[in-house]
Design a protein around this ligand. Structure first.
Ligand code: HEC
Length: 145
């Protein structure tokens, strides 16, 4: 029994040495998404930790294995959609992402549930969801000209 405990503690400690890189890439304001203040507020509190280069890191970023989950969400989140790189995204791709964004906020896929557990203020209530939906719709309209 003591031996097992020894190994478990040892492995948990060893895990702490595998540390993801948590540097935010630089934000070029000329490429970043622009939004009215209200929409930007919601985006920043609910989406930007994974979908921008302006990630605010939680305390548990330092504790494996949570740090690995955080790093993986940020990596795939930015890869799927990075609002800090918005103006570089192809128009057709933008349209798809915006349309998809409307879907994922309405079917509760985004923000991710494991994130919401630790970020209560990121939960989208009806009002916030409507703000985002209107913003995404307006962007879609703009792109369709
Ligand atoms: C905890 C990190 C996290 C947060 C917060 C988050 N996302 Fe995501 N998002 C991801 C990841 C990771 C992916 C990649 C696909 C997946 O793993 O589901 C993704 C994918 C997406 C996609 C592409 C989905 C597709 O199938 O094409 C959209 C659109 C999106 N997110 C919108 C949002 C919006 C809008 C918000 C805020 C309301 C948000 N996300 C908040 C992590 C996050």
């Amino acid at each position: 029994m003591k031996k097992i405990l020894f190994w478990v503690v040892g492995i948990v400690i060893a895990m702490q040495f595998i540390r993801p890189d948590f540097q935010n890439p630089k934000v070029d304001e000329t490429l970043a998404l622009s939004a009215d203040k209200q929409a930007m507020n919601v985006l920043k509190t609910s989406c930007y930790d994974c979908h921008s280069n302006e990630t605010k890191y939680p305390w548990y970023q330092n504790v494996a294995p949570m740090s690995w989950i955080v790093a993986s969400n940020i990596k795939s989140g930015r890869h799927a959609l990075n609002f800090s790189n918005w103006e570089n995204i192809d128009a057709q791709v933008k349209l798809t992402r915006l349309t998809r964004a409307k879907q994922v906020i309405n079917n509760g896929m985004m923000p991710k549930s494991e994130y919401l557990l630790m970020h209560e203020n990121a939960v989208l209530d009806k009002e916030k969801r409507e703000i985002l939906e209107q913003f995404f719709d307006a962007e879609i309209q703009k792109m369709r000209g």
